[in-house]
Design a protein around this ligand. Structure first.
Ligand code: 13P
Length: 215
């Protein structure tokens, strides 16, 4: 089915997903951005444009050298979108949000430990928090890529969260899941110190997750 979709269809999907992130409360205003791998290139949302104002034509097609192929002003975060695609062949879509609970923990520079077994949905035994760097910089991209090692999601200190997946649905689903986990962790921290699942128990979860997810 995917192969029959045109570039315009993908652009429409990106606008719909950007609007959905606002509906879900994961982004507000022009915060956040998302991207889709597209052959040798990638499509990324435009910079500083709220989803309500986005049209499919506003999506920017870029190549891996960082040149704009079609479009005007790509997201200021095109570097981490590009670097994730370049270094992680299994990733087809990247979603970046400033969602409330993930960002709250990121502002404290806290990684999310395995307080809940669903932490494994992000690929490992924790969700790391990348150190702070100025938005849109190569330094931020380098930190993000390191925090995503063996993972599909990470927090960005004093900034927000990145979730990645094989396609847009998977990346969006993981962004929702990570925000839920951050909310649950934050709530648990209000009344005590959450119990942590051991590495061996988390390895059991990761083993059980293999083949569990529906495409
Ligand atoms: P852009 O509008 O340039 O994508 O920036 C929003 C953002 O979230 C920066 O991290």
């Amino acid at each position: 089915m995917q192969e029959e979709m045109t570039e315009y269809d993908f652009r429409q999907q990106m606008v719909a997903a950007s609007l959905r992130l606002v509906e879900l409360g994961l982004n507000r205003g022009a915060a956040g951005n998302l991207s889709l791998r597209h052959g040798e290139n990638f499509l990324v949302t435009p910079s500083a444009l709220p989803p309500e104002a986005m049209r499919p034509e506003d999506m920017v097609l870029m190549d891996f050298s960082g040149e704009v192929v079609t479009g005007e002003r790509p997201s200021s975060e095109w570097r981490f979108h590009r670097d994730i695609f370049a270094n992680r062949p299994e990733i087809g879509s990247v979603v970046h949000v400033h969602s409330p609970f993930a960002t709250t923990l990121a502002c404290l520079g806290r990684e999310v430990p395995p307080f809940h077994y669903m932490i494994a949905a992000a690929g490992g035994t924790s969700i790391r928090c990348a150190p702070y760097a100025l938005f849109g910089t190569q330094a931020l991209s380098d930190h993000a890529l390191a925090a995503l090692h063996d993972r599909r999601a990470c927090l960005l200190a004093n900034h927000g969260m990145i979730a990645a997946g094989r396609d847009l649905d998977e990346a969006m689903g993981l962004a929702v899941e990570v925000e839920s986990l951050c909310e649950q962790y934050w709530r648990a921290l209000q009344i005590g110190e959450p119990n942590i699942i051991s590495d061996s128990e988390m390895n059991e979860v990761m083993e059980k997750f293999r083949g569990y997810w529906r495409r």
